[in-house]
Design a protein. Structure first.
Length: 381
């Protein structure tokens, strides 16, 4: 019998096992007793009746699926409504909705660069940005994390090239915010575009949660594009690109993840729209998420843990090793607290962490319970 062409996957599994880097699916049970600090549901919207009802209503009216790609049958009036309201809320001229934030990043990077152009990319950017750079066929220069001077030097080394700089606005692993205003000054001075992925900023930063670009006074500015996910603060699913109308029009015509992907399901569109409207009605939600993050940070650091100062709603606690991070998260879970666990290769600096989501809807008692559980299960330093 000929050799199994996938036999090498067994060797790969053994290497993962030896390095303590095995990943496995753990289907989430419907368990209301688990305190969830692992999800990206920053504002606690995904189960709010207004949101779930809007999802159900949209599915009943428009169908369970979008039925086709956006340029064929997959654009409903609901998609257009969401795009208008998203752009208006965040302060941009136009918006385009995608099936995911991942697809939105691939679209922005591949359609707004090309063979011969330059992408400057922050070293800690999300995987979807890295993949967008790879797919773009542009020359990609990776610069040190949060370093406007490095961006300036790189742009200066490539005069006359069409260029863009891309960064997360809030980094998903450590929760630190990018110095967007400085980046914008550097980009503006060199005729380069700025693309910021505001997946973790929307709903948490800026006035009423309008996002990190709005907070930095960059929403709607010349040469600035935002990418978003609808799956975190808005409690739904899907992604979007926001920017000047001609740029959005270019994406409609050139972005392959827009043209060749089925449109976002109406239920997700309806839920995102309801999430956005809820954010308008409850503008203090963003503040509350940031306050919970600061409280978690202060209580865990004063107990001696290594915690990165949070700029938004991600609270990142360092663990001594990948194994101990996995055990820590498992011990928390056994005690009824779900936390995230980040290990290489998700962390480019090789430092493993547990990650907490500072949800706006956490009560004082829930915060007490979370802190007590994390401290009781913390590995010895
Ligand atoms: N960008 C960032 C910074 C993210 O954290 C994520 C999701 N983890 C994405 C993009 C992708 O968004 P989505 O899950 O909607 O595909």
């Amino acid at each position: 019998m000929s050799q199994d062409p996938f036999h090498w996957t067994t060797d790969a599994a053994r290497l993962r096992e030896e390095a303590g880097l095995v990943r496995a699916l753990r289907p989430r049970a419907f368990d209301a007793t688990v305190l969830d600090l692992a999800s990206n549901d920053y504002l606690g919207l995904t189960r709010r009746p207004e949101i779930t009802e809007a999802a159900a209503g949209a599915a009943r009216r428009w169908g369970a699926g979008a039925t086709g790609s956006r340029l064929v049958t997959g654009s409903t009036e609901l998609h257009a409504e969401l795009e208008r309201e998203l752009a208006e809320f965040c302060g941009f001229e136009a918006a385009l909705v995608f099936a995911s934030g991942y697809a939105a990043n691939l679209a922005a990077l591949t359609a707004l660069s090309s063979h011969g152009s330059l992408i400057v990319s922050d070293a800690a950017n999300h995987a979807s940005i890295i993949d967008g750079c790879r797919l773009s066929r542009a020359e990609t220069a990776v610069v040190p994390h949060a370093d406007p001077e490095a961006v300036r030097k790189t742009l200066e080394a490539h005069p006359g090239r069409r260029a863009l700089f891309v960064t997360d606005s809030v980094f998903s692993v450590d929760g630190d915010a990018a110095p967007l205003a400085e980046f914008a000054r550097v980009c503006g001075g060199h005729g380069a575009a700025l693309i910021a992925d505001d997946a973790h900023g929307l709903g948490v930063l800026g006035e009423g949660g309008r996002g990190a670009l709005h907070a930095a006074g960059l929403a709607g500015a010349t040469g600035v594009v935002a990418t978003l996910t609808l799956s975190k603060s808005l409690g739904s699913q899907g992604g979007a690109v926001l920017g000047p109308a001609p740029v959005i029009d270019h994406l409609v015509n050139a972005a392959r993840t827009f043209i060749f992907d089925t449109g976002l399901a109406p239920a997700a569109v309806g839920a995102a729209l309801a999430g956005l409207r809820l954010l308008r009605r409850e503008p203090d939600l963003a503040d509350r998420a940031r306050t919970v993050a600061r409280t978690l940070y202060e209580r865990l650091t004063s107990a001696g843990l290594g915690v990165v100062r949070p700029d938004a709603a991600v609270v990142s606690v360092t663990a001594p090793s990948p194994d101990s991070a996995v055990r820590w998260a498992a011990d928390c879970r056994a005690a009824g607290l779900a936390v995230g666990c980040f290990r290489p290769p998700s962390v480019p600096d090789g430092i493993s962490r547990i990650r907490l989501t500072a949800r706006a809807d956490l009560t004082g008692r829930q915060i007490d319970r979370a802190v007590a559980t994390i401290l009781a299960t913390a590995p010895a330093a």
